[in-house]
Write a protein that binds this ligand. Structure first.
Ligand code: ZN
Length: 359
């Protein structure tokens, strides 16, 4: 495999998509695959090799609402600045303001926004507006983690979500562009659009909502189901016939000989189609190696789909993995990636394999 070819894919394949994305006229898969992939392992010799690509991003898109009262009726830039710094209370008093603020229109209401920073790690944007029709104040609390290398476009995407919020009137929207999922909750009287691979849960905290969430007071959080992904492409010279057993032993061998940082590998299913062996399962990621800092802190469990194929006397294994997050801040979150996310990732791995000069 040729390093130049890989660079071509990783750099030139990505930046046109990013530039395109910033015009806000992009498709979901463009944005999903425009994030930077790091080459963590590149090892190719005459008998075997391993290419490991990894991408990690973290974002947290909150939408809070509270009753509209005489005290909060006047939304000004100063009010929004104050809210960004104080909203999460004294225990989280590490927010500072950054430059960039202005106004926009959301569902016919005038909204103000300001930018902030949390301990140099997180970019935050607060957008606040009042809905007189439903007597509620809305706070879009948008965040990306810079330490995890989350591209700035993901903050803009969250603003796009906020701009689709229907706080009153009919929830009559059509999905388009990067926002193809439609979230609607009739009990909470709220609707908005989001990317299909992001999921929305009620943010259940007794401190804020001792009576539970309601149409007058609640928080939602919208998170990505594909926040951390990796692709392993491994190959070795064909020694035996490719069969179900050899796939199991491939993993055992790759862990030892290729330093594949997986343990507790469970293959749930293997089947063949057109001489390609397809399989899926899960593993625990070992983070105690030199790559530790590249991985997130949220979970060690990854789920994967993969395939094994013979090409010109070599066996190629493609493993496409997505992190499985079930808890954030001790709160349960419902973030299983869709089948399509795995399919897209495996397709991406195939493209990389097809576009490289195979040994
Ligand atoms: Zn409204």
């Amino acid at each position: 495999m040729n390093m130049k070819t890989i660079r071509f894919i990783i750099y030139f394949g990505i930046f046109p998509a990013l530039i395109h994305a910033q015009s806000f006229n992009f498709s979901e898969s463009e944005i999903e695959f425009s994030t930077k992939w790091d080459t963590l392992i590149y090892r190719m010799d005459s008998n075997e090799g391993h290419l490991k690509l990894h991408t990690n991003k973290w974002l947290m898109c909150f939408l809070h609402w509270r009753p509209l009262t005489p005290e909060n009726a006047d939304v000004t830039p100063e009010y929004v600045r104050e809210k960004l710094i104080t909203f999460w209370g004294p225990n989280m008093a590490y927010f500072t303001l950054k430059e960039g603020e202005g106004e926009m229109e959301i569902n016919g209401h005038r909204a103000y926004y300001v930018n902030g920073d949390f301990m140099g790690q997180v970019d935050t944007r607060f957008i606040i507006w009042n809905c007189e029709e439903t007597q509620r104040q809305f706070i879009a609390d948008l965040n990306i983690n810079k330490l995890m290398g989350t591209p700035g476009i993901y903050l803009e995407l969250q603003q796009m979500i906020a701009e689709t919020v229907t706080c009153h009137c009919d929830f009559n929207q059509s999905a388009e562009g990067a926002l193809t999922r439609f979230y609607r909750n009739d009990t909470l009287k709220i609707a908005f659009k989001a990317p299909s691979h992001w999921k929305t849960s009620i943010f259940e905290t007794e401190i804020w909502y001792p009576e539970g969430p309601s149409a007058q007071s609640a928080s939602l959080w919208t998170l990505s189901t594909t926040s951390e992904k990796q692709i392993d492409i491994l190959w070795h010279k064909k020694e035996n016939e490719l069969n179900e057993k050899s796939i199991q032993s491939f993993f055992d061998r790759a862990v030892v000989e290729n330093n594949l940082n997986y343990e507790n590998i469970i293959i749930d299913s293997i089947y063949t189609f057109d001489n390609v062996f397809r399989f899926k399962g899960k593993y625990t990621l070992v983070k105690e190696d030199s790559l530790k800092e590249r991985y997130s802190r949220f979970s060690n469990t990854h789920q994967f789909v993969g395939e094994a194929v013979e090409i010109s006397g070599n066996i190629y294994f493609l493993v496409a993995s997505i992190i499985k997050i079930d808890k954030v801040w001790g709160l349960k979150v419902d973030l299983p990636p869709d089948e399509k996310d795995y399919k897209d990732l495996l397709n991406h791995a195939r493209e990389i394999l097809n576009q490289t000069n195979k040994p």
